[in-house]
Design a protein around this ligand. Structure first.
Ligand code: NAD
Length: 496
């Protein structure tokens, strides 16, 4: 501890170490608006040290000698250790990112499922004996790990998004360097204590913190890194993709969204109102899957907006550690300012303000970075407020006439992460999801994710899929092994 600030260290090769720079930076508690922890400022030297350790653990010692079954057992042990610390992990994340304890405790209690699921999958990835078309030849395939994987995460759900990458990467036999967000690295450091308790060999999992342009970029560039698994903003994702391309690395990208939540006239209105609320005000709108464009069929538009505004007005803002708070602060000051900027943009674009539209000055919000739950009506899909990711509690309502228009508006953005559909029609429930350009479509629900179901983006929302059985393939490569049983080598100048 330095003063009352928790001072963390990097974890490389199983050791707690100071950053090469000798520098730490402050992490703010978004509710208090004050620093609460000091994170090490990692640099290129630290990136190299971490990749050295991960590469060594991949090529020598206990980890590469371990059977997939033993790896699976270790992952499940990590799941158990994590489950025992889920509440504590949730509390650390609330101090760092200001999300509600109600959400972060539940989210962290769910995290072990990724370690259980991929632990179970570790020894079920089978190669094949191919029906080879050559005489005197035996040919089979092996699915092998890639090597060192870099996992880069954002600030909104640090440990959940780490698990999405780490669990399949380790199940496949890779080693990993985690680069958490510079705003929310605390849970990743605490996580390394759990990794140690579970009994992972040193260097299999490493954590280096710091800024994206410094340590993040250096990790992506390192020649020995064979895959980068990234979740974050679209601009940073594009940059990571370009940097990784130079080294011909595998990349998976989970990026931003501008998801349509589509309310048809035949929906159960009370449920759809709750779905709209959960889409945009849960987590203060700071989720990639936020249903930030609410498309409402014209015939029920006014009635729906009245009910939605009335419900949103009751939202309880305040201390994220209190179980009855419903909307917490924005996680970072730059993000807070960005959202305020978008409120000006909406005004300039001519959107009509139905609720909020300003910083929340309520006494229960103290000095925290709070934005009033905000609803705009009369939004045209071409407005910036409808096209750009705000990443805050700001909803744009866009009316539509019929199914074709709803689908056209839904798809008319560069993103394609998620969508919601509210209807009682079985035809719509089946046909509309097929027509929407998004990696996830929810019908009569919103914001559901699972370790079992693939998650990822269409268009500029990303590349690759996390969760579900196929995710592990993104962390593997296939080898073809040929064995000749012929007694002599035929003409060596001719291809066999
Ligand atoms: P960000 O892009 O600023 O940062 C994400 C991470 O990337 C951080 O760890 C950062 O340090 C690192 N980084 C930044 N530039 C880098 C570079 N050049 N090289 C290597 N690393 C670099 O994003 P953020 O503000 O932390 O998170 C919010 C964004 O994340 C939103 O756009 C949101 O939609 C997106 N997000 C997507 C998903 C998803 O699953 N699709 C989930 C959560 C958040």
């Amino acid at each position: 501890m330095t003063g009352n600030l928790e001072k963390y260290q990097l974890n490389i090769g199983g050791e707690w170490v100071d950053p090469n720079s000798g520098e730490w930076f402050e992490s703010y508690n978004p509710f208090l608006g004050k620093p609460w922890a000091l994170f090490p400022r990692g640099d290129e030297t630290d990136a190299t040290r971490a990749v050295d350790a991960a590469y060594k653990a991949f090529t020598e010692g206990e980890w590469p000698a371990m059977s997939p079954t033993a790896r699976g057992a270790l992952l499940r042990r990590l799941g158990d250790v994590y489950a025992a610390h889920a509440q504590e992990m949730g509390e650390i994340e609330v101090a760092d990112n200001g999300k509600l304890i109600a959400e972060m405790a539940a989210q962290n209690a769910y995290v072990p499922q990724w370690y259980y699921y991929f632990g179970g999958l570790a020894d079920k990835i089978e190669g094949a004996v191919t029906p080879i078309d050559k005489p005197d030849t035996f040919n089979f395939t092996l699915h092998e790990p890639l090597g060192v994987v870099v996992a880069i995460t954002p600030w909104n759900s640090p440990m959940l998004l780490t698990a999405w990458k780490l669990a399949p990467a380790l199940a496949a036999g890779n080693t990993v360097v985690i680069k958490p967000s510079e705003f929310t690295s605390a849970s990743s450091f605490k996580f390394m204590e759990l990794v140690e308790e579970a009994g992972f060999p040193p260097g299999v999992i490493n954590v280096v913190s710091g800024y994206g342009a410094e340590v993040g970029e250096a990790l992506v560039k390192d020649e020995r890194v064979r895959k980068v698994a990234f979740t974050g903003g679209s601009m940073s994702g594009q940059r990571v993709y370009e940097t990784a391309a130079a080294g011909l690395k595998k990349v998976s990208l989970e990026l931003g969204g501008k998801s349509p939540n589509i309310v048809f006239e035949d929906c159960i209105v009370e449920n759809a109102v709750k779905g709209a609320i959960s889409g945009i005000f849960a987590a203060s709108g700071q989720t990639c899957i936020a249903g930030s464009r609410l498309l409402i069929q014209e015939s029920i538009h006014d009635e729906f907006v009245d009910k939605l505004v009335a419900f949103a007005k009751t939202a309880k803002l305040g201390d994220p550690m209190s179980m009855d708070t419903q909307v917490g602060p924005v996680t970072t000051q730059p993000q807070f300012e960005k959202i305020l900027g978008y409120l000006d943009v909406a005004k300039e674009d001519g959107a009509e303000l139905a609720l909020g539209g300003a910083r929340a000055e309520r006494p229960e919000c103290g000095d925290g970075w709070f934005i009033e739950p905000t609803i705009y009506t009369g939004v045209n899909n071409q407005m910036r407020i409808a096209q750009e990711e705000v990443f805050g509690p700001v909803l744009s309502i866009i009316p539509f006439k019929d199914d074709d228009e709803a689908v056209a508006i839904a798809n008319d953005v560069v993103y394609g992460l998620a969508a919601g559909v509210w209807t009682q029609s079985i035809e719509r429930a089946i046909e509309i999801p097929k027509r929407i350009q998004a990696g996830t479509v929810w019908v009569n629900t919103y914001r559901a994710v699972s370790f079992v179901s693939p998650f990822g983006g269409y268009k500029r929302s990303g590349l690759g899929r996390e969760s579900g059985q196929d995710a592990i393939r993104d962390y593997m490569q296939t080898k073809s092994v040929w064995i000749s049983t012929a007694s002599e080598v035929p003409n060596p100048f001719v291809i066999r």
